[in-house]
Design a protein around this ligand. Structure first.
Ligand SMILES: NC(=O)c1ccc[n+]([C@@H]2O[C@H](COP(=O)([O-])OP(=O)(O)OC[C@H]3O[C@@H](n4cnc5c(N)ncnc54)[C@H](O)[C@@H]3O)[C@@H](O)[C@H]2O)c1
Length: 264
């Protein structure tokens, strides 16, 4: 058996960096002792058995796989050489050719997880550069699947679009939940009941969509066919521009994703 895998996460103290670090340790892809996490100011308190550093080149030198998890605006300041090793990015907008050039490696995987990685329920599209080996793909899949579901996609344009659809995705049901809660509270429901009830609706709907093979459109149609309260609500929401609002939001996310890539 070869040496155990060592993994480094640049920005490992952040929201997504922490989620990935904890997920891959829990899934036993790497022991905490073989994990190096970098931070900018103030060492976070989690994973005390990992190696924590402010020195990103030290992290790269210690690791077989280097994951870049800083915000896109902090990416230009990352000046390290991965020296031909496998590098993975979770950054929105940053394309493969730029990752390869700036990190000094032809073995690059661009991924776009989402915030549900924190509870191991991310959906993560990914794509590899031409230099990525079969072993690299296997390692990348194991890391991403520790955080939830993952799919390899055909083009970077797919990643640009999915950055808004699924990378930003958890924000949209959260927006709906916030609007539903606000309405309930405005109508006299206690904040505790409003929160518990709305969370239960979102979780229950997620499980329902997962369990049933029908297209969500068909589920909506079934609700409409009752001609009851649900139909009244859906028709009023659609008349107020619900579907157009979703399409406009996703178009804005795509435009932002592409412009972030051009600016980085
Ligand atoms: N949070 C999400 O929902 C989400 C989803 C998909 C993709 N992403 C991508 O993940 C990346 C990280 O996002 P996040 O939400 O975790 O942000 P975050 O701000 O929580 O984490 C980024 C971390 O990087 C650290 N950092 C910055 N420069 C550094 C440096 N030079 N060395 C070491 N650490 C440094 C920051 O201190 C911070 O802790 C972003 O590029 C974002 O596009 C985030």
């Amino acid at each position: 058996m070869g040496e155990p895998l060592s993994i480094g996460i640049i920005g490992g103290g952040g929201w997504l960096g922490r989620a990935i670090a904890e997920a891959i340790v829990d899934a036993q892809i790497v022991a905490a002792e073989h994990l190096t996490l970098s931070y900018r100011s103030g060492q976070p308190g989690f994973l005390p058995n990992a190696t924590w550093t402010r020195d990103n080149q030290e992290l790269a030198d210690r690791s077989d796989v280097i994951i870049v998890s800083v915000r896109p605006q902090d990416w230009p300041a990352i000046d390290i050489s991965a020296d031909g090793k496998l590098a993975m990015s979770v950054m929105a907008g940053v394309p493969l050719d730029q990752l390869a050039r700036r990190l000094n490696t032809e073995r690059v995987v661009r991924t776009l997880p989402n915030a549900a990685a924190e509870v191991r329920n991310s959906y993560t599209p990914w794509i590899g550069s031409l230099g990525v080996t079969a072993d690299d793909r296997n390692v990348a899949c194991r890391i991403l699947e520790a955080c939830g579901a993952a799919d390899e996609v055909e083009s970077e344009a797919d990643i640009d679009y999915l950055t808004g659809l699924t990378g930003s995705g958890p924000a949209f049901p959260a927006l709906l939940a916030a609007a539903m809660m606000d309405d309930a509270i405005r109508r006299g429901i206690s904040p505790d009941i409003a929160r518990r009830s709305v969370s239960a609706v979102l979780i229950g709907t997620g499980k329902l969509l997962e369990a049933r093979s029908d297209n969500p459109k068909d589920i909506v149609r079934t609700f409409l066919d009752y001609r009851g309260t649900t139909a009244a609500a859906i028709e009023a929401m659609c008349a107020a521009g619900f579907e157009a609002a979703v399409a406009d939001g996703l178009a804005a996310a795509l435009q932002k994703s592409v412009s972030m890539g051009q600016a980085s």
